[in-house]
Write a protein that binds this ligand. Structure first.
Ligand SMILES: [Zn+2]
Ligand SMILES: [Zn+2]
Length: 288
């Protein structure tokens, strides 16, 4: 009897103890697109107004700043068992799937994107796109290089030095994300997370990568836009480089053009793109 009355008190103490570290509190409601906070400045370009959620977007003199806590607005094993957003790791996806030892935690991340990016002059050939970090100077840096529509960090299509991205993917949850050692949750490949934003805003009817009417994932620090298997207006891709990229206008099906002649890549599990986020920055290096 006595033990039974003590247990709930202990549980509350343990939950409060989470506040300092990850900002994840067991008393919080689950984080979803409906419960997160979105603040987008009225002078920010229409692209951000229309497509981004759970972030704070501000206009700067020469670009846009996206600030994010990098907390996914969807369930994940990596929230940790005390979170209302926790879900068990799904090992039914195939042999080898097992979680990494990290727990996701709130980050203080700001990605700045230039309004008028300048091409770096690199020709993106298959030998440059080797999925290995540290093999040439045109690679994106390790860590966060962009933001997905659902506020999650985008990492490049390379594993940490000494690791293999094809091996790392066995630690991805059902939203194809996982946290690194500091708890920064991130995507490297086609994921339903950003597509759930498109479903919520009525732009598409499914969040299954490869099947949605249009697939937009996010934007990277050098100005590269990351799409899925099709163009922003739903038409087929063509003329892609070794990382699924090419120059083209980003025009929605309603005729709105968000970017003109903008380099973007198609992250797609089949021949309509490249299986991972980009590795080589087409535009001049990112502000760090
Ligand atoms: Zn990773
Ligand atoms: Zn395209």
């Amino acid at each position: 009897m006595r033990a039974a009355t003590l247990l709930p008190a202990l549980a509350i103490v343990a939950a409060c103890g989470d506040d300092g570290g990850g900002g994840v509190d067991a008393s919080d409601v689950a984080r979803t697109l409906a419960t997160c906070t979105t603040t987008i400045a009225s002078d920010a370009p229409a692209f951000y107004q229309r497509y981004f959620r759970c972030v704070t977007v501000t206009k700067t003199a020469t670009g846009v700043s996206i600030a994010t806590e990098d907390l996914p607005p969807h369930p994940s094993y990596y929230w940790g068992a005390a979170s209302p957003s926790y879900t068990p790791f799904d090992t039914s996806r195939g042999a080898g799937y097992a979680p990494n030892p990290n727990t996701l935690a709130a980050q203080d991340l700001t990605i700045t994107i230039p309004d008028a990016p300048v091409a770096a002059g690199v020709t993106i050939t298959p030998d440059l796109v080797d999925a290995e970090a540290g093999t040439n100077a045109a690679e994106y840096a390790g860590g966060p290089i962009g933001v997905a529509l659902d506020s999650v960090a985008l990492f490049s299509g390379m594993a940490a030095p000494g690791m293999d991205i094809a091996e790392e993917r066995f630690t991805f949850d059902n939203h194809e994300g996982h946290p690194e050692m500091r708890g920064a949750y991130h995507y490297h490949r086609p994921t339903p997370g950003p597509l759930e934003v498109l479903v919520a805003t009525g732009a598409v009817t499914t969040s299954v990568p490869g099947s949605a009417e249009l697939e937009l994932y996010g934007i990277l620090c050098d100005g590269t836009v990351v799409l899925g298997c099709v163009e922003l207006d739903g038409t087929a891709t063509s003329g892609l480089d070794a990382q699924g990229g090419h120059l083209g206008d980003l025009r929605a099906a309603d005729g709105t053009t968000y970017f003109t002649a903008r380099y973007h890549t198609h992250v797609c599990a089949d021949a309509r793109g490249h299986g991972y986020t980009p590795e080589i920055h087409y535009y001049a290096a990112c502000a760090r």
